[in-house]
Design a protein around this ligand. Structure first.
Ligand code: PLP
Length: 464
């Protein structure tokens, strides 16, 4: 009996026809559909899926509109090869096939093709505006875009002003721009003892000395900050007060005030990373709200909307605007105004809010699954967070666990990936819930990890 190609639709929540078109796209990218392969007839696919032939006709029309397939009258519908159509790139999978990705904090792979097309069409109906967007713009970004970002960021009790905003190519670039503007080679900068590795990478590029500050369940410990400030006269503190990466620690308002009080006394500028908080609600106000004169808040749309737009921002004291602008010019001249316009159009037409709501719902469901499955172990997590932090039971070591998990087909990140300097490495791993292709993959990955947690490490490592 010959089997026909069937789209995987169990995770799909939208219109069926779009789900089928999306599955065609995904399966082409993953090599499950090959150039010139014939797709099932409308009737055969409709019967197999229990939908009407009209739905399949719409799905194939949608796939044709996206340049994924072509129809030959009298013969059927065929997959378009990249060489034949030239419109669809084939992306190679980043990981070898079969590995379950629980190691990356990435946005969910939702279908945004329609929202993209709609926003671009809306922008294209104003030729004068498009021509402007295709030209050079001020280094810190167009004022209208900076205002739209303020609207997006505003929350109860805090609203930044457009003149405080500098647009960047994503959060990592915002971080680099902040460090370029605030430090000189050889300066000391501080970070939480476990921190986002992109910070350490940027600091290294700029030849900065990174010193670590001890943490507890709420993040930075004020007494440790005080003592490191006395010893090292640092210029900058980098920290993630909410949904800390990797520990998920979130500072209470009282802790925020205590930390800022020390920063004030030691004239320390704070770079506050908010890249991951887009999906969370009900968090305390950012440090930028308590101490706007010394805080540079950085964030991006990577986790909440789309990492590929590479749009991020800094909210900074106005006095630093020209230094930050100079750092943007030196690193990329300006951020592509077209991509910023796309994000602003998504904010204007409500797509951004809808994308965010859909992400929140799915991430919350995935987090519930993970917490349930790992309930017998010591975990930290926060509502809206993309990851959880698992303390490994004795006698597991974090490096051995990461290697053993990979051998079973699951990728996780161990504490050493986040360690600042050569401090003691806690035996813990970060498990991300957003990167798995779907909930089944997440469950499969978690179950493989559970097996390891219960079994413990092999008694004799294969080392000489
Ligand atoms: C804490 C943190 N900061 C910054 C970034 C970089 O953000 P972007 O992808 O927008 O450059 C990330 C990305 O993973 C992150 O987790």
């Amino acid at each position: 009996m010959s089997t026909i190609w069937l789209p995987e639709l169990t995770e799909w929540r939208g219109a069926k026809y779009k789900g089928i078109a999306e599955a065609i796209s995904r399966d082409i990218q993953q090599g499950r559909l090959n150039p010139d392969q014939k797709l099932p007839t409308h009737r055969a696919l409709a019967d197999a899926l229990g939908v009407t032939t009209g739905t399949v006709t719409r799905a194939y029309a949608e796939a044709e509109r996206r340049g994924l397939v072509y129809a030959v009258v009298g013969s059927g519908t065929f997959v378009r090869g990249a060489e034949a159509g030239g419109r669809e790139w084939r992306f190679t999978e980043e990981q070898p096939e079969g590995l379950i990705e629980l190691h990356l904090n990435r946005p969910l792979k939702t279908d945004r093709a329609d929202l993209f097309a709609r926003a671009m069409r809306a922008l294209a109906t104003h030729p004068a505006q498009i021509n402007q967007l295709l030209d050079y713009q001020p280094d810190i970004g167009v004022e209208a875009h900076r205002r739209a970002i303020c609207d997006w960021l505003a929350r109860d009790g805090w609203r930044p002003e457009a003149e405080q905003v500098v647009i960047s190519n994503g959060g990592q670039h915002a971080l680099l721009v902040a460090l370029m503007a605030l430090t000189r080679a050889g300066d000391t900068v501080l970070a939480e003892a476990l921190t986002y590795p992109g910070f350490t990478a940027a600091a290294r590029q700029l030849k900065l000395q990174v010193r670590s500050v001890a943490m507890d369940g709420e993040g930075i410990l004020p007494e440790s900050l005080e003592s490191v400030c006395r010893q090292t006269a640092p210029r900058v503190l980098f920290c993630t007060p909410s949904l800390q990466n990797p520990t998920t620690a979130t500072m209470s308002p009282a802790r925020r005030k205590a930390v800022l009080e020390i920063c004030r006394r030691h004239e320390l500028i704070v770079i506050e990373d908010e890249v991951s908080v887009g999906l969370a609600e009900g968090l305390p106000l950012p440090l930028a709200a308590f101490a706007p004169e010394r805080t540079l808040l950085i964030g991006s749309f990577s986790k909440s909307l789309a990492a590929g737009v590479r749009v991020g921002y800094l909210v900074a004291p106005v006095r630093l605007q020209s230094r930050l602008g100079a750092a943007v010019r030196a690193s990329c001249w300006m951020v592509s105004p077209l991509m910023v316009a796309l994000v602003c159009e998504w904010i204007r037409d409500g797509s951004a809010q809808r994308l965010l709501a859909a992400q929140r719902e799915e991430i919350a469901a995935r987090m519930r699954i993970a917490l349930q499955r790992l309930r017998n172990f010591t975990l930290s997590s926060q509502p809206g967070g993309l990851h959880l932090w698992l303390q490994l039971p004795e006698p597991w070591r974090e490096d051995e666990f990461v290697t053993a998990a990979q051998a079973r087909g699951v990728m996780v990140l161990g504490a050493s990936s986040f360690c600042v300097g050569r401090g003691a490495v806690p035996h813990a791993v970060r498990i991300s819930v957003s990167a798995a292709g779907n909930r089944q993959q997440l469950v499969k990955g978690l179950d493989l990890l559970l097996e390891l947690l219960h079994e413990g490490p092999e008694s004799m490592p294969a080392l000489l």
